[in-house]
Design a protein around this ligand. Structure first.
Ligand code: KIV
Ligand code: ZN
Length: 385
């Protein structure tokens, strides 16, 4: 089993979600919960971006003991200095340095030639290596970058001292097969690639961030970056809870594991949702309200007989108390009878049949039948004795 490092960027890329702004206290709460979840690396912020971010990274560095803490920096010396000031007290100060490598970004944003970009990258990695024991270098917009240019610049930054190389799909553009092939190519063509860990960082613009991350794992990547609940810039980042649970449930296929305490997932997700104000859609995998809810009669009957008929993940695994049987118009007699018994009533078959008919009539008019609705039916039918 390969061990996959989980790099959590909820507090940096996640906070870049439109409309989200976390204060110091909120950031500390999330960082402590990420430590309980046991992520390997917490990207606490972007120290040079604001005084608030600088202070949060500094305070998080002080209190987190069991994860590595990192901060983002552009490839400019003042950003590196500021990151060092914020991170220097940590157990293993780690810098996350980035520079764009795609023709679009080099031409229009950086206004540098490819050769100038290489020398900026090498110079800033060398500068950072004077302070930091671990430097992660990210080729921003790597998935729209020329592969032979990527090979060239990655070789140079590894020689300059980078220990982790990240290949971000900055704009969520690539497909899983292409992303996997990109890593395969880098493993085969960067001569000093065995000196570093390769990392995947995926955005969800085309809804492929988690699939792309898993494809990276299939192709030898040992670090996955993402956020809790998939929050982040534009359509967000890869949802870490989905990646981690997919690796766990499909160990037979991926042959890889993380060190996450999976049972802390729900608590972490709830905290992030509450503090960011970003509501989780009910059908969101793993953490959505409906992720363990069964509504149709056929599914409910199957699960009541044997959970694994329709549940590939047990709710307890991710910190959810139990599955639920939602009573609605598709529900069957089995789940209906079960709920009546759970409510403390014992009815014979004839009474159940009578009540079930009334329940179905009501369910045709209402989205969900609550316990209160059932009790009203029982009272109306004088079946409460
Ligand atoms: O998406 C991206 O390219 C980033 C970099 C800063 C790593 O977030
Ligand atoms: Zn990103």
């Amino acid at each position: 089993m390969r061990k996959i490092n989980i790099f959590d960027t909820t507090l940096r890329d996640g906070e870049q979600s439109a409309g989200v702004n976390l204060n110091l206290h909120e950031k500390l709460e999330i960082a402590k919960q990420l430590e309980r979840l046991n992520v390997d690396i917490i990207e606490a912020g972007f120290p040079a971006s604001s005084e608030g971010d600088f202070q949060s990274v500094k305070e998080i560095t002080k209190i987190i003991k069991n994860c590595s803490v990192t901060g983002l920096a552009r490839s400019v010396k003042s950003d590196i200095d500021s990151a060092w000031e914020a991170l220097k007290g940590g157990a293993e100060p780690r810098l996350h340095l980035f520079l764009a490598t795609s023709p679009i970004h080099m031409t229009y944003k950086l206004k540098q030639t490819p050769d100038q970009v290489i020398s900026t990258a090498v110079e800033t990695v060398k500068y950072a290596a004077k302070y930091f024991p671990v430097i992660q270098w990210s080729a921003e917009d790597a998935c729209r970058s020329d592969l032979s240019f990527l090979v060239k610049i990655i070789k140079e930054v590894i020689d300059a001292g980078a220990k982790v190389i990240n290949i971000p799909d900055t704009v969520g553009y690539i497909s899983p097969k292409e992303y996997g092939e990109r890593f395969k190519y880098l493993f085969q063509n960067v001569p000093n690639i065995d000196k570093v860990i390769l990392s995947a960082h995926c955005h969800d613009d085309l809804g492929m961030a988690v699939s792309n991350s898993l494809s990276a794992v299939e192709n030898g990547v040992l670090q996955i970056e993402g956020t809790i609940n998939g929050i982040g810039e534009r359509a967000g980042n890869a949802s870490l809870e989905e990646v981690a649970v997919a690796l766990h449930i499909r160990q037979d296929y991926y042959h890889a594991k993380t060190r996450l305490n999976l049972s802390e997932i729900k608590r972490t997700s709830d905290l992030v949702s509450k503090l960011t104000g970003m509501i989780i859609p009910p059908n969101k995998a793993i953490i959505g309200k409906n992720a363990f809810a069964h509504e149709s009669g056929i599914h409910q009957d199957g699960v009541l007989k044997e959970k694994t008929t329709y549940e590939i993940i047990s709710p307890e695994l991710v910190g959810v108390n139990s599955n639920s049987m939602v009573l609605g118009k598709h529900s069957g007699r089995h789940a209906f009878r079960n709920r009546i018994v759970e409510l403390g009533y014992s009815l014979d078959d004839q009474e159940i049949n009578r009540l079930f008919k009334l329940f179905k009539e009501l369910a045709d008019k209402k989205k969900e039948i609550t316990d209160e609705d059932l009790i009203t039916l029982l009272v109306d039918e004088k079946l409460t004795d």
